[in-house]
Design a protein around this ligand. Structure first.
Ligand SMILES: [Zn+2]
Length: 248
């Protein structure tokens, strides 16, 4: 069965498969490339799964993942491997936001372009971007989030929101599960591409608060996340991007 279970019901192996699958799908969708990472909090522990610094994102497997604490120290993992340079980004968000169980960080150029031009901030222009009606903050410091201080600065910019852009750098998506972080990463880039295309034609008219409220009225997040997860997992298994026997 491909019905995703709530994060709290995942075995560690299932959670590892989900992180690996989510990463491979984001690469296949050209949202992530040779850099970027997906993390997942391990239920009941102050620790999370994340890939190593150099492992190809398109060949990620469950056994490649590290277990790190919120300070970015490796607790478990293949001998000799290093955590990603931006592990503090994940650790500090997971430490401070108990509603977040999974974080995705990637560097999508066209989405990023809204942080490079003056007077055209990224706005909500598609219905599934209702997730970000509270705001789409931009973190001003473009540096690699390479230590705890820089990670905590990102946490402050994120506030209670569910995503942010790091100026001239990339995107950070936060969600309650790996399934939801895949859903939100795809919708975040879809929304940015819709605005990017619209801006090429003329002045963009973002959705109004009333537009978003009317969409939200009938929107069931849990069901939508499950639907999208099953769609992308099935597609990825058919293409061989994700192993057919992964029970996720
Ligand atoms: Zn980065």
């Amino acid at each position: 069965m491909n019905q995703p279970s709530p994060q709290s019901h995942n075995s560690e192996l299932q959670l590892r498969m989900k992180v690996a699958a989510c990463t491979a799908i984001l690469v296949d969708e050209k949202i992530m490339n040779y850099s970027g990472h997906v993390s997942a909090r391990l239920p009941g522990r102050d620790a999370f799964l994340i890939q190593t610094i150099d492992q190809p994102r398109n060949g990620l497997r469950p056994e490649h993942l590290l277990v790190c604490d919120y300070d970015g120290n490796i607790l478990e993992g293949p001998a000799g491997e290093k955590a990603p340079a931006e592990v503090s980004l994940h650790g500090e968000i997971l430490r401070s936001r108990k509603d977040v169980n999974s974080v995705a960080h990637f560097h999508h150029d066209q989405t990023n372009s809204f942080t490079l031009v003056e007077g055209v901030p990224l706005r909500v222009v598609k219905n599934h971007a209702v997730r970000w009606t509270s705001g789409l903050p931009v973190h001003a410091d473009p540096a690699h989030v390479a230590n705890a201080d820089l990670g905590q600065a990102v946490v402050r910019t994120l506030g209670d929101h569910h995503a942010l852009q790091i100026r001239a750098h990339g995107q950070v998506i936060t969600a309650e599960s790996v399934e939801a972080v895949l859903n939100d990463s795809i919708h975040f880039v879809e929304n940015a591409m819709a605005m990017y295309n619209a801006a090429a034609i003329g002045k963009v008219a973002p959705l109004t608060d009333a537009d978003m409220a009317s969409f939200e009225l009938y929107f069931k997040r849990g069901r939508h996340v499950n639907k999208l997860w099953r769609y992308y997992i099935e597609g990825a298994k058919t293409k061989g991007v994700v192993a057919r026997d992964w029970d996720i």
